[in-house]
Design a protein around this ligand. Structure first.
Ligand code: LLP
Length: 415
């Protein structure tokens, strides 16, 4: 655990929250570098060998410092846009360790990624495959591709992040996938090298992961029957984290279950990739916010803080739960309250019906904000995005400056 409570003070990697808030202001994202390193190393130690790699899913947190850290630790990258590609190249990632997923790649996205020589494009539709063929033929470069299949597995997570169900836009369904594999296998400018799947995110049990391995082993047999040989399997990501005493498999249990499933299904000799995001950075991050007001003259008690849905949209979007910890040292009276931001939307809440000992001016710590928090933030209500700080060897270091007011309209032209 990277956060401690000692003599009435909360510390992240031994740095008092108060000191961080004083120096960098609030709201502020804080990350524990040591936690990111230990999460990545834990899964690497269990899963990786000369044929197996862990790729970091950039969308979870695309801060350049975090990308550089993971690249230095040996991670590859799973990207979904040219913007993400640009970020990982900026930190010196090896193009041969980049896979490109996403359902909407434009011609120019395809062209630049092929020219850069990335490991492969994870293809999500037949139409995309035809477009890749067209672009690659024009460039006269063979495009490396993996077909993303949709195995129709219920990961048991929120419907917005259950990508492995056939009812979603992701991947090619089992009925149509063979047509795509056959096309990719015969075209001169397509180099069919892999099969890919990603069944969802915040998956809290091991069964869906195992079901997916069983499904891909059947797909590979079917491919072999059609004399199609692939080189690697990209198994996606999705391991959930503990947001609030929800039971999730540990990284170790996950890695060991995957290893066993691979052996049980005779896939252990394939080249393999895991694409993990949340489980590497999620519990390494915090959002620190200050209480501006306590409003107790309406039906409910509202604790109004300086962070909002523009900084952390997960509660509004998925009804997600993040623990909220008060650092109050003076009061003893607990109140039942909604913790809300300053944004003009009823959906602007960070937590509902929380019991907190809290007073105006207190700092609150919102936990599990390392993944899908800063990377999903916006400037809604013309609010500047906050500073981000990483704790390296017990010292806070600024890695993202707070946006300035003039940054908010730097792209605009007044006519
Ligand atoms: N690979 C692909 C193709 C993905 O689409 C994703 C996540 C991952 C890997 C990484 O999944 P992870 O290990 O982080 O679960 N905004 C949502 C999560 C969206 C996940 C999208 N895809 C949230 O805040 O819960």
């Amino acid at each position: 655990m990277n956060m401690k409570h000692k003599n009435g003070t909360y510390l992240i990697d031994d740095v008092p929250i108060q000191d961080i808030a004083k120096k960098y202001g609030t709201p502020c994202f804080v990350y524990s570098e040591s936690s990111i390193i230990s999460n990545f190393q834990e899964i690497s130690n269990i899963f990786c060998n000369e044929k197996r790699s862990v790729y970091y899913s950039v969308k979870a947190n695309s801060s350049l410092t975090i990308l550089k850290l993971l690249s230095n630790l040996g991670a590859g990258f799973d990207i979904v846009s040219i913007g993400e590609l640009n970020r990982v190249i900026k930190v010196g990632a090896d193009p041969k360790k980049i896979v490109y997923s996403g359902v909407g790649k434009s011609e120019s996205d395809i062209e630049s990624s092929i020219q850069l020589g990335i490991k492969c494009l994870n293809v999500e539709s037949f139409a995309e495959l035809e477009r890749i063929n067209k672009v690659a033929s024009k460039l006269k470069i063979k495009a490396p591709v993996a077909i993303r299949v949709n195995p129709n597995i219920d990961p048991g997570s929120h419907e917005y992040i259950s990508t492995g169900l056939e009812s979603t836009k992701f991947g090619i369904n089992l009925k149509n996938m063979m047509e795509a594999f056959i096309y990719a296998n015969k075209e001169e400018y397509i180099n069919l090298i892999g099969v890919d799947y990603h069944i969802g995110s915040q998956i809290e049990t091991l069964e869906p992961f195992i079901e997916a391995v069983v499904s891909v082993s059947k797909i590979i047999k079917e491919l072999e029957n059609n004399k199609i040989h692939i080189d690697f399997i990209d198994m996606g990501g999705g391991l959930g984290i503990d947001y609030s005493n929800n039971k999730v498999p540990s990284m170790r249990q996950f890695g060991e279950a995957i290893n066993k499933a691979l052996i049980d299904n005779s896939l252990e000799n394939y080249n393999l990739i895991l694409e993990l995001g949340r489980s590497i950075v999620g519990n390494a991050g915090y959002l620190i916010t200050k209480v501006e007001y306590i409003k107790n003259d309406s039906e409910k008690n509202y604790v109004i803080v300086d962070a909002g849905m523009d900084n952390l949209i997960r509660p509004a979007l998925y009804n997600a739960w993040h623990n909220i910890i008060s650092t109050n040292k003076n009061s003893t009276e607990e109140i039942l309250c909604d913790v809300v931001g300053p944004v003009c939307e009823c959906a602007d809440f960070l937590g509902k019906d929380r019991k907190l000992v809290v007073e105006q001016g207190d700092l609150l710590i919102i936990t599990s904000c390392g993944a899908y928090a800063s990377s999903m933030s916006s400037n809604y209500n013309s609010r500047p995005r906050p500073s981000e700080v990483i704790i390296r060897k017990n010292k806070p270091i600024l890695i993202t400056k707070k946006e300035k007011l003039e940054d908010l309209y730097s792209r605009e032209i007044i006519i």
